[in-house]
Design a protein around this ligand. Structure first.
Ligand SMILES: [Fe+2]
Length: 195
């Protein structure tokens, strides 16, 4: 392992330890989310440990690199590397979620459910270098990147284990099940990378 990879592993492990401790201290609320976000922003302030060259984007679209996850799937941290643009539909997470930025701009639109269930935008926040947003399990958002970007995405449970999520189909004007994310690139130190 290179010096940088070893230092990165140590910094990530230390942040995950703190986040586990924050989570265990009490019920999940917006204050706890703010503390998760603050700890992740502290981690990404060690910018030299997360160079873009270690997390190359695919030719088009975005790639997700897993850099931390507990054996039971909790506390899953990913680097999201986007080549050009990403537009997601409105969706929930069914677990807490935090997005923090290294490079580029990720527009986050947030929504509430109208009485008829359809999403209504409530506000927007741009995640860019040194800023972040955090969501409770039922919070709704959509993400929009143009011009590429590099971000942290962290979830209370690994994305490939989240099989109860929903997204809003604009075309059908209804909520639909969201398939668990499976295209994740393994980037944890000491783990075997499948081809
Ligand atoms: Fe999301």
């Amino acid at each position: 392992m290179s010096d940088r990879a070893a230092q990165r592993a140590e910094a990530v492990a230390s942040a995950m330890e703190d986040i586990r401790r924050i989570e265990a201290a009490g019920p999940l609320d917006r204050d706890v989310l703010a503390r998760f976000r603050a700890r992740l922003l502290e981690l990404l302030a060690q910018r030299a440990l997360f160079p873009a060259e270690d997390f190359p984007p695919p030719e088009r679209g975005a790639a997700l690199y897993r850099i931390a996850e507990d054996p039971d799937g909790r506390f899953a941290l990913y680097v999201n590397a986007c080549a050009d643009r990403t537009d997601s539909p409105v969706h929930n997470h069914t677990t807490w979620a935090v997005v923090c930025g290294f490079e580029g701009q990720e527009l986050n639109r947030f929504y509430r459910r109208r009485d008829d269930g359809t999403p209504q935008e409530t506000h927007r926040e741009v995640v860019e270098a040194g800023t972040g947003v955090a969501m409770l399990p039922d919070d709704l958002h959509s993400i929009h990147i143009t011009g590429g970007g590099l971000n942290f995405h962290m979830y209370g449970l690994a994305l490939d284990r989240l099989d109860e999520r929903v997204y809003f189909s604009e075309r059908e004007q209804r909520w639909k099940p969201m398939a668990a994310m499976s295209a994740i690139r393994e980037a944890r130190p000491g783990t075997t990378v499948a081809p």
